[in-house]
Design a protein around this ligand. Structure first.
Ligand code: SAH
Length: 372
């Protein structure tokens, strides 16, 4: 399949960049302000609608920029439930974005707020054994514009405002740090989408060096770590990234993060039967959480078609949580929303791309066999 060049999106362009560009076109900086007003406040979908700019300037902008690069392919779920958007990108690839009606307790501050779970890459290179996103491997990074556009598309489609953003869709956000940082700047800016930094959470499988880089970032965004194993032995079985950055190295990076921040970090822990749900892991997890002054978010595993993993019984989930609560750790057990709409990340896109023949069925390519 031939892949068209990635058009430069105004949704991924900062006010400063735009000011320089319009200056090069012989216009005043004020024009850049007018453009962002159309783009982010009025949310026009075409440059032609920017009626207070001259036809000439609009034509020049249209040569360089685009405003929409994706289409809503399908929406699953309705009303006040979790809604999952399958978005078709300009190159025919697919990503997923999930709108969650009440913010998960640990990422936002009010129950009536809407949280959007956005993707940062097409596919993922980190190969977590339980995750649908990595099954077909990594395709490409999303541009800053494509990250921001997910919010714009969902708000336009639903007429609702997104209050919180979690980078927990497809991909590893810290493996796309440059575009992620730019997207966060645009999402946060008062001239941009205008979402408070404290209402944005970056989730990572634990890329220690990039955690340090992000810690030096000026905005007070939140950090969540996909831990899923409280010892190296358990964690490296399901998350190959742990061989590269073992727990000691990850925790060092987290110490650096917390030394620089007011907000507590969140340790995410998916409960998978017989893999990481032993109570001895709960005790270790409590120890780590205490040391890092972290919150713990337990998530019963979402089954993925073709993968052998299962969620533990509710009794087991509660027993695991009890260990943490008795150790004084602030813990939530998210009996999740969206199980019925294949909301575990990557599932819809995997199905769509397999059906269209863009990727080979993971079952056929042998990706489902578990190493070690
Ligand atoms: N790469 C980043 C962000 C994307 S994954 C990260 O690893 O954090 C977002 C979260 O969904 C992670 O905690 C991931 O481990 C979890 N996840 C992946 N597959 C899942 C499944 N089948 N059930 C429940 N959670 C899952």
């Amino acid at each position: 399949m031939s892949v068209p060049a990635q058009p430069q999106s105004l949704l991924g362009t900062t006010l400063d960049e735009l000011a320089r560009l319009v200056a090069d076109m012989g216009e005043t900086a004020f024009r850049a302000k007018q453009v962002v007003e159309w783009v982010f406040r009025r949310r026009v979908a075409t440059i032609d609608e920017m009626t207070n700019l001259s036809h000439e300037l609009r034509a020049k902008l249209a040569e360089k920029f685009t405003l929409r690069t994706m289409k809503v392919q399908s929406v699953t779920g309705a009303g006040d439930t979790t809604r999952k958007f399958l978005l078709r990108l300009h190159d025919g690839r697919f990503i997923e974005t999930v709108l969650i009606p009440a913010s998960p307790a640990l990422y936002g501050d009010r129950a009536d707020r809407r949280t959007l779970c956005v993707s940062s890459q097409v596919g993922c290179a980190y190969d977590c054994k339980f995750c649908a996103s990595g099954l077909a491997g990594f395709t490409r990074n999303l541009s800053a514009g494509e990250i921001v556009e997910q919010v714009v598309q969902v708000e336009a489609h639903t007429g609702e405002r997104v209050d919180n953003i979690v980078f927990m869709g497809m991909g590893e956000p810290l493996a796309n740090l440059t575009n992620l940082a730019k997207a966060i700047e645009i999402l946060n800016s008062h001239w941009g989408i205008n979402i408070g930094a404290r209402h944005m959470t970056v989730s990572t499988s634990g890329l220690a060096p990039q955690i340090r880089k992000l810690a030096d970032f000026p905005l007070q965004i939140r950090l969540a770590i996909s831990l899923h194993g409280a010892s190296d032995e358990v964690r490296e079985k399901i998350m190959p990234v742990n061989r590269k950055y073992p727990l000691a190295e990850l925790f060092d990076a987290l110490d650096y993060w917390t030394s620089n921040r007011k907000q507590r970090i969140t340790l995410e822990y998916i409960l998978i039967e017989g893999v990481n749900d032993m109570l001895e892991q709960a005790h270790l997890l409590a120890k780590h959480a205490r040391r890092l002054d972290a919150l713990v978010n337990l998530i019963p595993y979402n089954t993925v078609e073709g993968l052998p993993w299962k969620r533990p019984s509710e009794t087991r989930q509660d027993a695991f949580k009890d260990v943490l609560v008795r150790a004084g750790i602030m813990t939530t057990l998210r009996r999740e929303k969206g199980h019925d709409i294949a909301a575990a990340c990557g599932q819809l896109r995997l199905k769509q791309e397999t059906e269209l023949g863009i990727i080979e069925s993971p079952a056929k390519s042998g990706a489902l066999t578990l190493s070690s």
